[in-house]
Design a binder for this molecule. Structure first.
Ligand SMILES: NC(=O)c1ccc[n+]([C@@H]2O[C@H](COP(=O)([O-])OP(=O)(O)OC[C@H]3O[C@@H](n4cnc5c(N)ncnc54)[C@H](O)[C@@H]3O)[C@@H](O)[C@H]2O)c1
Length: 350
């Protein structure tokens, strides 16, 4: 491992749009990583992005995979391309970090997981909020059994994305390439809810397109029943007037209540356990301020974890099987909307 650690891990980014900058900054901030190549089908984007970060620009990701001598590729293209590109990269022997959602269908998520496993490469899904301090503390409390029996929880995303946001790129808000506010914006919080509560037994939900001019939902609500017997609520909207208000996770149990709020599940707002008053004061006095954007602070730590996973030959913190879970819940909500019936997991895709 020491030999491996002596060499910086070589990253390439595919898709040089909005979120790619967050990845490039995070890679540049890690001494053990190097951004070597970037790719976009729009030449100006690849060129500008490559120049900004001193990386070789490519217009064809297959050529980049062949020529750039990469260890890891980060996929930040429109969501429908994630699995397809990830499979090609895995077959070329590259470790894969894929933006959320990891795929648009369970079949393509499974194909990506299978391709990475067959090629012996790591597959990490970008759910950076798992690295928020407040979320790590909450997860630790769950693991330590401090809530006693978990009773119920809620994942709330009250954000705004106006028509200009959806008009920025033709793939946004579409059924085949993006999904709506559940699949795009709220998948992180749905991931956190299921991470805290465990496997889901059944789902019932509604979606609606109330304000935005998009194919998929700008509002979604759902009720979940977890296998443990606990219940969950999802509320997601990109219609909030006039700006993002909150991304909040609530967890309640017989001996604990936690609310993580802030703009992007970054701040403990309620921390109640028996005899935990001074702990609560300590946590609240030392917490992070709101991040500058809803993307949060977690990308760097997630990428650092991926590098350690490669060096230590272990699973990354959010492997493909984990990324698949929130995808399945959202696809189940979409199925409820189509059929008007509750959906029992595992989901059988149409
Ligand atoms: N983790 C997060 O918090 C977070 C935040 C925003 C977006 N995302 C995800 O990241 C992905 C990209 O989102 P975005 O907002 O940056 O989109 P974007 O439209 O701004 O950027 C996507 C880029 O991919 C390029 N592209 C398309 N096809 C390509 C191909 N075949 N090869 C190379 N490049 C190609 C486009 O030209 C574009 O520049 C989406 O899947 C989205 O869900 C994640």
């Amino acid at each position: 491992m020491e030999e491996k650690m002596a060499q910086r891990v070589r990253f390439g980014i595919i898709g040089c749009g909005r979120i790619a900058y967050k990845h490039a900054e995070a890679i540049m901030g890690l001494a053990e990583a190097q951004l070597v190549a970037v790719c976009d089908i729009v030449p100006e984007r690849a060129g500008e992005f490559g120049t900004k970060y001193g990386a070789e620009p490519y217009l064809d990701y297959r050529e980049m995979l062949e020529r750039a001598g990469l260890d890891v590729i980060t996929i930040a293209t429109p969501s429908d391309l994630h699995a397809e590109i990830g499979i090609v990269a895995a077959r070329a022997g590259k470790h894969v970090l894929v933006e959320k959602p990891m795929a648009m269908t369970l079949a393509s998520a499974d194909a990506l997981i299978e391709a990475c496993s067959a090629a012996g490469v790591k597959l990490g899904v970008i759910h950076q909020n798992r690295f928020n301090k407040a979320i790590k503390l909450t997860r630790q409390a769950v693991e330590q059994g401090r809530f006693g029996k978990l009773t119920h929880g809620q994942a709330t995303v009250r954000w705004t994305r106006d028509d200009n946001y959806y008009a920025q790129a033709p793939w946004r808000g579409t059924r085949l390439q993006d999904g709506g506010v559940l699949m795009n914006q709220s998948i992180h919080n749905i991931d956190l809810l299921q991470w805290m509560f465990g496997p889901v037994e059944s789902v019932f939900g509604y979606t609606a397109t109330n304000l935005r001019k998009i194919e998929m939902e700008d509002v979604g609500v759902a009720a979940l029943k977890f296998k443990s017997g606990a219940l969950g609520v999802i509320e997601a909207s990109s219609t909030i007037y006039p700006k993002n208000i909150e991304e909040t996770l609530n967890i309640f149990g017989e001996s604990g209540s936690v609310i993580v709020g802030g703009i992007a599940v970054n701040r403990i707002e309620c921390w109640e356990f028996p005899g935990a008053d001074s702990e609560k004061q300590e946590i609240i006095s030392r917490q992070e301020s709101d991040p500058p954007s809803v993307y949060g602070f977690g990308h760097r730590e997630l990428i650092a974890d991926m590098i350690r996973a490669i060096w230590e030959d272990r699973l990354p913190a959010v492997p493909g099987e984990e990324g698949r879970k929130a995808l399945e819940i959202i696809l189940a909500i979409y199925k409820c909307q189509r059929t008007g019936q509750p959906v029992y997991l595992p989901l059988k895709e149409d």
